[in-house]
Design a protein around this ligand. Structure first.
Ligand code: SAM
Length: 288
């Protein structure tokens, strides 16, 4: 049985022992920083009452810390080449289950029913950077499956998620995350906290699930509007929507959009990045 992976030199030793190399295609950057692991577990607010869903346990560094704090940890890992390492590093942690699957193909609701009696997970992950956005979007859209999501992402993605209307980083992902959750930056993490070192700074985000959306709108229509607005963000909103919007067969004319913008007191030449989530919700109600 292996000791804690946050001990100095432990990650390198385990990788050598099992002849493992971090796989780029799975976005593998293993955490080696004790302070960061502790910070993530603390930010997630994990207690013995909780069942944690960890996406991508890797060699088990964070899993060990989560298993000590939580009632149960369910991990979903795509790389079956890590089977022997995890059997080694998680030996003796009786409250951990590893499911060998692609999280993008996992039925999270069924997993929650089966492994946590239908109660929401606390999701914790050092996310593989090549699929951060699809994983986050999938999680957020599974309403009721999580009470919070605490994740390591690239600094640049954290900036986009937390961006306010009108800023350079503001986009569809900022609006989508802010619709489902309240995002908070928790910790800035340098490349030296990982093996191998990523080429960018990272950031831990804590997303607290909202019980109710902050605005009222038809979700399908609202998100189709947001996607179309930011697909062509250099165009005016009226141009972007009249060319790029389509939802269940409904399309929009320039006149319809400018008319609705005027009703909301917005300029007909406004760009999509100037509108808040409330503005998008109001616009979608007018245009629906
Ligand atoms: N949690 C470990 C740590 O912090 O050291 C590893 C983090 S590493 C950045 C990302 C992990 O996600 C890897 O173990 C990788 O194999 C796994 N992974 C990548 N794509 C995945 C997917 N689609 N579904 C599940 N796991 C995935």
């Amino acid at each position: 049985m292996e000791g804690l992976l946050t001990a100095p030199g432990a990650t390198r030793r385990i990788l050598d022992k099992h002849g493992i190399h971090a796989k780029k295609k799975y976005g593998q950057n293993f955490l080696i920083d004790k302070r960061v692991v502790a910070g993530i577990v603390q930010a997630a607010g994990v207690t013995e009452e909780d069942c944690v869903l960890e996406i991508g346990p890797g060699i088990g560094t964070m899993t060990q810390a989560l298993a000590r704090a939580a009632g149960r940890v369910v991990c979903v890992e795509i790389d079956t080449g890590l089977f022997d390492v995890l059997a080694d590093t998680l030996e003796g942690y009786e409250n951990v289950l590893v499911v060998w699957q692609d999280i993008l193909k996992t039925d999270i609701r069924a997993l929650m029913e089966k492994e946590n009696g239908g109660r929401p997970f606390k999701v914790v992950a050092n996310l593989p950077y090549y699929v951060t956005t699809p994983i986050l979007m999938k999680l957020l859209e599974q309403k009721g499956c999580f009470s919070s999501v605490t994740v390591m992402v690239q600094q640049e993605v954290a900036d986009r998620i937390c961006a306010e209307a009108g800023s350079r980083d503001y986009g569809a992902i900022s609006l989508a995350v802010q619709y489902y959750a309240r995002p908070d930056r928790v910790l800035k993490v340098p490349p030296a906290s990982f093996i191998p070192r990523p080429g960018v700074d990272s950031c831990v985000l804590h997303l607290e699930a909202r019980k109710e959306p902050p605005v009222r709108a038809d979700e399908g229509f609202l998100f189709a509007l947001i996607r179309a607005a930011f697909n062509q963000r250099r165009k005016t909103l009226a141009n972007a929507l009249s060319h790029g919007f389509s939802h269940e067969g409904r399309r929009l004319s320039r006149e319809e959009v400018t008319g609705a913008l005027e009703k909301l007191g917005l300029s007909p030449t406004v760009r999509g990045e100037a509108l808040t989530l409330k503005d998008y919700a109001d616009l979608s109600e007018l245009l629906k």
